[in-house]
Design a protein around this ligand. Structure first.
Ligand code: ATP
Length: 213
């Protein structure tokens, strides 16, 4: 399966397809055309066909796509057929919200360990997740074979904590800090800058208004 070289934009759409196809499967639907799928997930059908083509011809002309086999297929591609444990570093306001949320609702990802420098919260359990002191991080990440970390520490210490993470088995960081962190080549960073997203939205609304205006 040629999943190594798929474009970033395609990779980002896969969870959207997966989530929607699951909803369809649950509702008892067995097949869907790329046009129907396009309307539901707000991605044009040519893009959907191109995205799917990276994984071989999954659809049949005049029939559309078989939902059950697509769900099975994306489940494997997205590693949803096994539980992925992730760690959270920095249990402040945002970190705590993410612990509470903990990716419930059908996803096979969960935060199984959290870490914080604050000794008052280290050793406690929050939203069912144990909080460990930073001094235990390397050992815990290795013991739990955790490869993904969510970074919700203050920006000024983000690079320092990242450097500590590079000495563990972590391969990917979901970076919620506004800092653009540097990692070695074998690691990957996905940035989620909420303030930036909101400012972009405000900018677009100010400049272009809404579609109805
Ligand atoms: P947020 O920015 O998520 O709203 P906050 O304002 O409550 O959080 P911050 O000062 O941003 O708090 O810190 C987030 C968390 O990161 C805190 O719980 C803090 O103890 C923790 N933290 C700070 N420095 C470090 C560090 N070097 N390593 C690990 N955790 C840290």
């Amino acid at each position: 399966m040629a999943t190594e070289n798929i474009p970033n934009a395609t990779a980002k759409r896969l969870p959207i397809y997966y989530r929607y196809l699951n909803i369809l499967a649950d509702s008892g639907k067995t097949r869907i055309s790329s046009t129907e799928l396009a309307e539901a997930v707000k991605v044009d059908s040519a893009t959907i066909r191109r995205d799917f083509s990276y994984f071989g011809a999954l659809g049949k002309r005049g029939y559309g796509y078989d939902i059950a086999s697509l769900v099975e297929f994306f489940k494997k591609v997205l590693n949803q057929d096994r539980l992925t444990n992730v760690a959270l570093i920095g249990v402040g306001n945002l970190g705590h919200a993410l612990l509470n949320f903990n990716f419930h609702g059908g996803s096979n990802v969960r935060i199984s360990a959290a870490f914080d420098i604050n000794e008052e919260i280290a050793g406690t359990i929050q939203s069912g997740v144990p909080i460990y002191p930073m001094s235990d991080m390397k050992e815990q990440l290795n013991a739990q074979q955790i490869e993904i970390a969510i970074l919700t520490v203050p920006a000024p210490v983000a690079q320092k904590v990242t450097d500590e993470l590079t000495e563990t088995g972590i391969k990917g960081i979901l970076n919620f800090t506004p800092l653009r962190i540097n990692v070695p080549e074998h690691m990957r960073v996905q940035n989620v800058d909420l303030t930036n997203e909101l400012q972009t939205l405000i900018y677009f609304l100010d400049r272009f208004g809404t579609e109805d205006e």
